[in-house]
Design a binder for this molecule. Structure first.
Ligand code: SAH
Ligand code: DHB
Ligand code: MG
Length: 225
């Protein structure tokens, strides 16, 4: 049986249930989303259950040195930065100068400005110029999908064995799962195949539920060997 990607009411209920139960957003996180809409930014933050999930993963990892590629208004940045111990640091890369200003404002409001540095500019440029003393413990990739391959190679270079690489949006929109019905979908499935067979990476795709219809997407969770 074929399903349309937003045909399943139960997915929406599941998302609402999980997020109502254990992914409560405080006023700071709610505000970031609200203000981002007011400022005309696209509604493409990670869902709250993925925010909570990456927050817990960073805590379990005892990550002190985090990298994020794709900041938008700083929503996922706040989830991640709140996992850091005293002295921990997060670097987030964002190319849009207006988004950078808004995200910096949100991080100040969240009291996280000491722990987070947002670097403005094209992520590939920023990555090539990053001077890191310590390898990253966790890297979250959520920017322009056509550069995902390059971001993963940088993530391997800048991390250590045992590091986690997390990648958002590994199931494309609007098609039968696993079937490449568009060029974009073909790219995502090819990328997943590349990740699954990469000698340095151990991959699992975690299903995620996006938007108020609970469209099925996926977060890639990768252990660097
Ligand atoms: N992680 C955010 C959502 C990021 S949306 C959250 O969950 O809250 C993707 C972001 O990547 C957008 O803000 C976009 O401007 C940024 N982006 C796209 N291409 C980029 C590039 N080449 N370099 C840096 N940032 C980029
Ligand atoms: C969309 C969602 C995302 O999580 C993202 O990073 C980029 C785009 C979208 O729904 O269009
Ligand atoms: Mg995303």
């Amino acid at each position: 049986m074929k399903f349309n990607d937003d045909s399943n009411e139960r997915n929406a209920q599941l998302k609402e249930y999980i997020e109502g139960l254990c992914c409560g957003e405080d006023a700071i996180l709610k505000n970031i989303k609200e203000r981002s809409r007011e400022m005309g930014m696209p509604p493409i933050e990670v869902p709250a259950h993925i925010g909570k999930f990456i927050h817990l993963l960073a805590k379990i990892q005892k990550a002190e040195h985090l990298l994020e590629i794709g900041t938008l208004g700083g929503y996922s940045t706040v989830w991640l930065a709140r996992s850091l111990p005293t002295g921990g640091k997060l670097i987030s890369l964002e190319k849009d100068p207006v988004y950078v200003q808004i995200a910096r404002f949100h991080l100040r409001e969240a009291g996280l400005e000491e722990r987070v540095e947002i670097k403005e500019g094209d992520a590939l440029q920023s990555l090539a110029h990053l001077h890191v003393e310590k390898p990253f413990d966790l890297i979250f990739i959520d920017a322009d999908k056509e550069h995902n391959c390059k971001y993963v190679e940088w993530a391997i270079t800048l991390s250590r064995p045992g590091a986690l690489i997390l990648i958002d949006n590994l199931i494309p929109k609007g098609n039968e799962i696993g079937v490449a019905s568009s060029y974009e979908a073909a790219c995502v499935y090819e990328f997943n195949h590349y990740l699954a067979h990469h000698p340095r990476l151990d991959l699992i795709l975690i299903p995620s539920l996006v938007g108020n219809k609970g469209r099925m997407d996926s977060l890639g969770l990768i252990l660097v060997k």
